[in-house]
Ligand binder design. Structure first.
Ligand code: DI6
Ligand code: FE
Length: 402
C-alpha cells in the first residue's frame, strides 16, 4: 500500500475539542492506502513513519478538503434576464408563477443531451475544485420527466469520473411542477416523481431524495408521500425547507430523519427543536439569500443553542445562486448570517460530510478518515472565510495520493 508522510503543516483537523479548528502546529499526517493512518504534532510521530516518502508543506495551513453539500451544478442555459427582472422589482415567486424561474431552466435542460449537460457543468465544477472542493453534492430537478431526471443524474455521475471528484447525487424531481402538469401536482407526483425515483434507484443513480417544500412547489403532505417512497427504497432524504415562508418543511424533514433541511430563512423554534431531536443538519445557503436580497435571516442563534449541526454550501444554480465559490459562501455565512469563521469552515467540512451521510469517512483530518486534504497559502484558518474573491489554495491532496 502506498504510504506518504506530510510534514511541516499547520493542521486544522476540524475535530471538535479544546483547540479552535482543532489546530495543531508543526503537524505531520501519515497516509496509507488513501486513508489517514496518523495525524498529530510531528514530535509524536511513530518511529515507523520516519523513513516514509515525505511532502514538506513549509508551514502551510492544512484543512480537510472542502465539501459542497448542496448544489444544482448540472443544468442548461442561464437566467440573467430574470436577474434583470428582479432588479426592476419582480419577486422570485412572481417570476415563477409567470412561467419563468425553475421551469425555464427545465426547458433549457431538456434541450441538452447528457454529453452537453456534462460539458455545461464542467466549468462550474472546475471552479469549485480550484478552491479545494473534493466532494460535491449534485441534484437533479431540472428534468421533471423520468427520462430527463435520469439524464441529469447520469451527467452528474459522469462528472465524478471525469474530474476525480466525489459526487453524491440527490433525486429532486419534486422541485417544481412542469408545464405539462400545471395545476395537477398530485398527478405529477404519482406519474413522474414516484416512478422516476424507482427508476433512479434501480440504476443506482440516487444517493438521496430531495424536494422543495413551499407554496410555489410542494406541500408537506405531498412531500411526505415522496419521502415514504424513499424510505421504502432505503434512500435517505433531505429537503429545501422554509426558504420563502414557514411551510413546516423542517418538521416534516425531521419526522423522516432527514440528513439535512436546507435554506431555513423562515424556520421557527418548533422546527429547530424537531431538527435537533432528529440530528438533521441545517444547511445554510447564503448565496440564495444574497441573490434574492432576502431580509429574513436563518435563526442561527437558536440552531446553535439547540445543538443543530450547521453546514454551509453554494446552492450553485442558475436562478437563486449563480455562485461557484464555496469560499465566498463561507464569507457570506459569516457576514450575512453571523457564523464564526470556525463554524463556517466546519460547515464546509465536518458538518457538510454529515449532511451527506459521509461523516464516518470525511470532514476531519484524523486516523481512519479518507486522506482528502486541502493545502492553503494562508497563516490562519479564519482567513479562508475572511477574504472576498481571493483563492489561496496551494493544492488538493486526494484519495490514493497518486
Ligand atoms: N430553492 C432554490 O433556491 C433553488 N431551488 C430551490 O428549491 C432555486 C432553483 C432555481 O431557481 O432554478
Ligand atoms: Fe437548492
Amino acid at each position: 500500500m502506498k504510504r506518504l508522510l506530510i510534514t511541516e503543516a499547520r493542521l486544522a483537523t476540524m475535530v471538535p475539542g479544546a483547540q479552535p479548528y482543532g489546530l495543531i502546529e508543526d503537524a505531520a499526517i501519515a497516509v496509507e492506502g488513501g486513508h489517514i493512518a496518523w495525524a498529530g504534532a510531528r514530535a509524536g510521530l511513530p518511529a515507523e513513519w520516519a523513513r516514509a516518502e515525505q511532502v514538506r508543506l513549509e508551514g502551510r495551513l492544512v484543512t480537510p478538503a472542502l465539501i459542497d453539500c448542496h448544489t444544482h451544478l448540472v443544468f442548461g442555459g442561464e437566467r440573467a434576464s430574470e436577474f434583470e427582472m428582479r432588479l426592476k422589482g419582480a419577486s422570485y415567486e412572481e417570476i415563477a408563477q409567470a412561467g419563468g424561474g425553475i421551469v425555464s431552466t427545465v426547458a433549457a435542460t431538456r434541450a441538452l443531451s447528457e454529453d452537453e449537460l456534462v460539458a455545461a457543468a464542467l466549468p462550474r465544477l472546475n471552479k469549485l475544485m480550484a478552491e479545494g472542493v473534493a466532494t460535491v453534492e449534485i441534484k437533479s430537478g431540472y428534468g421533471l420527466s423520468i427520462e430527463d431526471e435520469l439524464k441529469m443524474l447520469r451527467a452528474a455521475r459522469r462528472l465524478a469520473a471525469l474530474r476525480g471528484v466525489r459526487v453524491r447525487t440527490s433525486y429532486l424531481a419534486a422541485h417544481a411542477v412542469p408545464v405539462e402538469y400545471k395545476g395537477r401536482r398530485d398527478a405529477y407526483i404519482h406519474e413522474v416523481v414516484l416512478p422516476g425515483m424507482e427508476a433512479a434507484h434501480a440504476e443506482g443513480l440516487a444517493d438521496a431524495v430531495d424536494g422543495f417544500c413551499e407554496g410555489i412547489a410542494f406541500s408537506p403532505e405531498q412531500m411526505a408521500r415522496v419521502f415514504e417512497k424513499a424510505r421504502a427504497l432505503g434512500l435517505p432524504v433531505k429537503l429545501h425547507a422554509e426558504q420563502l415562508s414557514d411551510s413546516g418543511g423542517a418538521k416534516l424533514a425531521a419526522r423522516f430523519g432527514a440528513l439535512s433541511a436546507d435554506h431555513l430563512e423562515y424556520l421557527e423554534e418548533e422546527g429547530v427543536a424537531a431538527m435537533a431531536k432528529a440530528g438533521t443538519v441545517a444547511v445554510l445557503l447564503p448565496g440564495a439569500f444574497y441573490t434574492l436580497r432576502e431580509t429574513s435571516v436563518p435563526p442561527v442563534a437558536s440552531l446553535r443553542r439547540a445543538g443543530v449541526p450547521i453546514a454551509v454550501a453554494t446552492d450553485c444554480n442558475p436562478g437563486t445562486s449563480p455562485l461557484t465559490s464555496l469560499l465566498l459562501a463561507l464569507n457570506m455565512a459569516c457576514t450575512l448570517f453571523r457564523l464564526t469563521p470556525e463554524e463556517a469552515l466546519a460547515g464546509a467540512t465536518r458538518q457538510a460530510a454529515r449532511a451527506l451521510g459521509l461523516a464516518e469517512a470525511l470532514g476531519t483530518v484524523e486516523p481512519g478518515k479518507r486522506a482528502e486534504i486541502a493545502v492553503w497559502n494562508v497563516e490562519h484558518p479564519a482567513e479562508l472565510a475572511y477574504r472576498i474573491g481571493f483563492n489561496p489554495l496551494d493544492r488538493l491532496i486526494v484519495g490514493d495520493v497518486a
